[in-house]
Design a protein around this ligand. Structure first.
Ligand SMILES: Cc1cc2nc3c(=O)[nH]c(=O)nc-3n(C[C@H](O)[C@H](O)[C@H](O)COP(=O)(O)OP(=O)(O)OC[C@H]3O[C@@H](n4cnc5c(N)ncnc54)[C@H](O)[C@@H]3O)c2cc1C
Length: 478
């Protein structure tokens, strides 16, 4: 039996983020207990990871083959990881048109964008059907320039989309038109994508957990897999017992960066978020009442949205990295990272300076060199995986759940022809270059963004280092 994976480095995030605390205040999101595995067991399909990828795969398996025995092993609790702590934007792939055309040509890009757009519709229907109230607000999103340097940064994407016939999905907005959606002293022009929206991520993760358990999926939380063998049968060892199954699915997200097979396919970065107390009156003052989501045009993106009770939640990308894919406590929350998020709320909306901050947290992002996730199967043919969402997994993980379930069932369908299935992603260099290079390029991108936002020309060395990943063929950075 081949041992394919080294013991898996464990991260131990410390406390539930605000989204998960909110969800767990409601019995329907607490759900039935899913105790840690005790003893050995067999299953038809073994899934590692109780985030969206693992849970959507489990649900799709049960939908396609109700009698199938599926076991999900989650080291913490479902929704504790990025699937319960993200910004909640659910966007499909419209903003990726330029990258997708570059990687897969027009036909490949169109196929992916169409499948992802369908996924947003499917997800909305699924939440209705299963009474999962995840605050889904389908008002689309706007990209805005939050400094002079960011003006027009969207034009490459819009031109690429127009070239493949999707120009009508975007509408450029003047500063006055942006102000119809939201008024900020620093927002300038931008663009609108009238598709997608945002939701409460932990409510989705916990709702998915409930629906999976109701359909007979066996979930074991607080069950870290410390050793995995592909087999067949695949075998996952945990402190309390071992699971064996002919088929296995790895839905471990950013933790894949610590697995031997995958460590050169992703680098891990943190994203940090902060959420204010409810201030619906102040939201009305700034005219942000439609529920539209917003992102700015920094390379190290800021994304922000509201909640039904009148809060602002804002996240910042491109923060901390890892050494050799290890995810530790620093990813859970970090004074500097979350301070950056709070400062951005105050800079964008000075009226919120006296609104208390109710939560601040962070989480790991699985960054792929092509800025595009991939799904595939390890050489033995029975272990399937998906990762590399690069901060855009809420919608796409639903699609990847369908792909992985079909793989585990041995079903060939149209989804298998999507070009990110079985693609060989551009690799990162081996350690220590991978971690060092990512840290340097990332710090340079942050400093470059800060200089540009402040109206300064970035230092030429910083500019060079920030642009280096793209020059080396990665779809990352400016
Ligand atoms: C702060 C932040 C903001 C984000 N904002 C957005 C956004 O607005 N929109 C968007 O589309 N995407 C966003 N993302 C990305 C999105 O959250 C992810 O792409 C998505 O959650 C990926 O789901 P997943 O199931 O693949 O991985 P995860 O949610 O990471 O789930 C993997 C699970 O595997 C478990 N696991 C790992 N190793 C083991 C092991 N050895 N044994 C057992 N269990 C294990 C982990 O505990 C985890 O629960 C954001 C991410 C972060 C961190």
């Amino acid at each position: 039996m081949a041992r394919v994976l080294a013991p898996i480095p464990m991260g131990a995030p410390l406390e539930r983020c605000w989204w998960l605390r909110e969800a767990m205040a409601h019995p329907e999101f607490v759900g039935d207990p899913a105790p840690a595995l005790k003893g050995d067991t067999d299953a038809d399909v073994l899934i590692i990871g109780g985030g969206y990828t693992g849970l959507w795969t489990a649900w799709q398996l049960k939908r396609a083959a109700p009698g199938i025995d599926v076991v999900v092993l989650e080291q913490s609790e479902c929704g504790f990881g990025p699937s319960g702590r993200n910004g909640g934007f659910i966007n499909g792939f419209y903003d990726h048109a330029e990258t997708l055309v570059d990687l897969f040509g027009a036909a490949g890009a169109l196929a992916i964008i169409a499948a992802a757009a369908q996924t947003v519709r499917d997800l909305a229907a699924w939440m209705d059907e299963h009474a999962v109230d995840a605050w889904f607000t389908r008002r689309g999103y706007i990209g805005v320039a939050s400094s002079a340097a960011q003006e027009g940064a969207w034009r490459g994407t819009i031109a690429a989309a127009a070239a493949i016939g999707l120009g009508d999905r975007y509408r450029e907005l003047s500063a006055a038109e942006v102000a119809v959606f939201v008024r900020s002293p620093v927002f300038r022009g931008g663009y609108l994508v009238a598709d997608g929206g945002h939701l409460q991520p932990a409510r989705l993760a916990r709702g998915l957990r409930r629906v999976c358990m109701e359909s007979g999926v066996r979930i074991h939380e607080h069950t870290p897999v410390s050793e995995f063998r592909a087999g067949p049968p695949a075998e996952a060892r945990t402190p309390g017992g071992t699971v064996r199954a002919p088929q296995a699915v790895l839905g471990v997200g950013a933790w894949a960066g610590g697995w031997k097979q995958f460590r050169r396919r992703i680098v891990t970065r943190a994203s940090f978020m902060a959420i204010t107390a409810p201030a619906p009156g102040k939201l009305a003052e700034i005219g942000w009442t439609s529920g539209v989501g917003i992102c700015d045009m920094r390379t190290t993106l800021r994304y922000l949205r509201t909640t039904p009770d009148g809060r602002i939640a804002l996240g910042v990308g491109g923060a901390r990295g890892t050494w050799d894919g290890r995810i530790g406590e620093r990813f859970d929350g970090d004074e500097a990272g979350t301070r950056h998020a709070i400062d951005a709320i105050h800079r964008f909306f000075p009226a919120f300076r006296d609104v208390p901050i109710d939560g601040r947290w962070g989480g790991p992002i699985d960054v792929a060199g092509g800025h595009t996730p991939c799904a595939g199967t390890l050489p033995g043919g029975n272990v399937h995986y998906a990762f590399g969402y690069t901060g855009n997994g809420v919608g796409p993980s639903h699609l990847f759940g369908r792909i992985l379930a079909a793989r585990a069932l041995g079903v060939e369908n149209d989804l298998m022809r999507l070009p990110f299935v079985d693609m060989e992603p551009k690799r990162f260099p081996p350690e220590p270059l991978r971690s060092l290079g990512a840290a340097i390029a990332n710090e340079a991108a942050l400093r470059r963004d800060d200089a540009l936002d402040a109206g300064r020309r970035p230092n030429p060395l910083i500019d060079f280092l920030a642009r280096l990943p793209r020059r080396l063929g990665y779809h990352l950075g400016p």
